[in-house]
Write a new protein. Sequence first.
Length: 236
Amino acid sequence: MNIVLFGYGKMGKEIEQIALQRGHAIILKIDKDNREDATKEALKKADVAIEFSTPGTVTDNITRCFEIGLPIVVGATGWYEQFEGIKNKCKQFNGALFYATNFSVGVNLFWKMTEQMAKLMDGFPDYDASLQEIHHIHKLDKPSGTAITTAEKLITNQSQKKVWTLDNKNAKDELHIDVIRENEVPGTHTVFYKSAIDEINLTHIAHNRKGFALGAILAAEFLKGKQGVYTMSDML
């Protein structure tokens, strides 16, 4: 496939390496210094786009791809407040969108365990649930998309927590997310269940970005030739 990359930071470079290893070509790399190169004529030469830019540019990039019929895989987060509008545009242009807050197979297994753990712990109200996410200092959104998805899966599968919050003084029915930015951490997410007696933790630690990058390429291969909106559940 011919691939366009929106965002050529550390994730973009990791995606490029794996794409080349799998026999694909990166025909255009768009970053903050060359956004003007993403013309419709240039984009039409691609089979699929992969988006890992910034919250401020992602929706414009998605729309531009829809307008020319270019399928797009979106790994950037921080734009989900506009999701309904993007989904409507996808339908309007008969476009193809694959989105995920995390493309790692390990994280998706972590989410399944989070759901099952929430159901089990719902019968033990003495344990109070909370989340923590740790990422590198360059990450712009807070909390991470992965943390938000984890929180939503926990909240949906139990009765005690109703919403998530970043407030340290959260109420009993609020799920606190502790956000830490340090060094070059690829991503660590932990679900805590704490009581006065003991503590139970479920943690996913990413050692590098390869799992995210491979998942994005697999999503691009899956999306080629399709229309509609897809997620990791569809691919897996």
